[in-house]
Design a binder for this molecule. Sequence first.
Ligand code: OTN
Length: 489
Amino acid sequence: MNLKQIILQLARPLVFISAIGSFLPSPVDAQTAPSPVGPVPNARQIEWYHREMIAFFHFGMNTFTNDNEGDGTASPQLFNPTALDCNQWTGVLKSAGITSAILVAKHADGFCNWPTAHTNYSVKNSPWKDGKGDVVREFTDACKSAGIKAGIYLGPHDRHDSRYGTDDYNNYYADQLSELLRNYGPIWEIWWDGAGADKLTTAYYTRWADSVRRLQPNCVVFGTKNSNAFADCRWMGNESGISGDPCWSTINLSSIKNESDNISALNHGEINGTAYVPAEVDVSIRPSWFYHSEEDTRVKSLATLWDIYFNSVGHNSVLLLNYPPNKEGLISSADVKKSDSLSAMIRGTFKTNLASGATIKTLHPRGENYKPSNMVDNLEQTYYATTDNAKTDTIVFNLGTAKTFDVLMLQEVIELGHRTTGWSVEYSKNGKNWTPIPEATGKQSIGYKWLVKFKPVTASYVRLRITEGKACAAIHTFGIYKQRMLEHD
Ligand code: OTN
């Protein structure tokens, strides 16, 4: 053996070891978290995502004029709820497990639900409580005692105030905004409806956003059109409760600004969007935003609400579900019944993850801190991650026994950005022959939560194939569930 042969002989095991090494987690990967990729959420957005559902209360002059878009000429004398009880509203939310709510303080008709010092067009000139009432106060107090986060819709458009469209309106709105942000305790979200708001320039919103940040640093901003630069969350392009598939939390701010040309971008987000502005899905439990007695029989069916839940919360969005209080000032019994049924279906379905306790094998585990079982441990802090060089993976869950399921849930670690951009799920009786779930094939986004429902399948093995990614995968949850259906109406 000459010297060259001796060197080659010695080198062979080293080459072999280094080849294996590229498949094994490096010790560094095993201990350290993956680096974030692309835009990531701020602290307000992370907290907002975890609420999952928000209640919306459209209540005001329109409730008493049987309108949705009053022109601002209705007399304050018409506003007179006979039994307003915001504790009843929060009771409905508590029993549904909803922990945040947004009240319309002023809609586009300009009538103010609180005794503002800046216009006479308000509750103080109504017969309700002899002009001494304050719906915003009753709402925020009820939220506080129920442990519910309170948000405010202060309509940027105003059909009553003649200053709308002039610079004086900027001052008027700013004064009202500070009144609301200073005097009612913590305000968790402010809603800047884009409807009719085209005259409001970026300069207006810059001033108003500055007040929000100074007076309520933790307040989430629902931003539209010219408030795009301040938006923590965006409109998603329709009022039917359907976020797109995919639905990325990222988007270009220009798409929010020019919304009418970019409805699809709002609905789907943009995979390479430069801003992190996830979708909030505003939809009413009834056909209209405000209460109309003739719609008492047209409250959305449980099947429709169930679909909306999957198309909003289950499409990486937060659901903002409107319950319009009636002329008494109460949420009607038909709406309460539907709300209770929806929450019973959500709780019943997601109570038991049938994948918990599964034996899990993956191709590219990062290491002990990010082990596969973290996906099914039901803990907030833990997650599974692949090695830095693995953007794809095949993850097999051996369920131990045959289980029947018809829903699946995936969650990414949102703090680390959108990572996985292609995935599919299959099932098998023996771990060898795999059948795709068509509804869970060729999927793209995950984000905070992705849900899919399908006809029940029975299997002992389930396989998640991560087929594309921007970076190594970081999967917080993989869940399979059996729907708990209530009687449909
Ligand atoms: O007539 N509209 O103003 C209208 C009809 C249907 C759906 C939306 C709108 S306006 C739209 O409302 C959104 C909230 O639902 C956002 O605020 C958008 O910025 C606004 O343009």
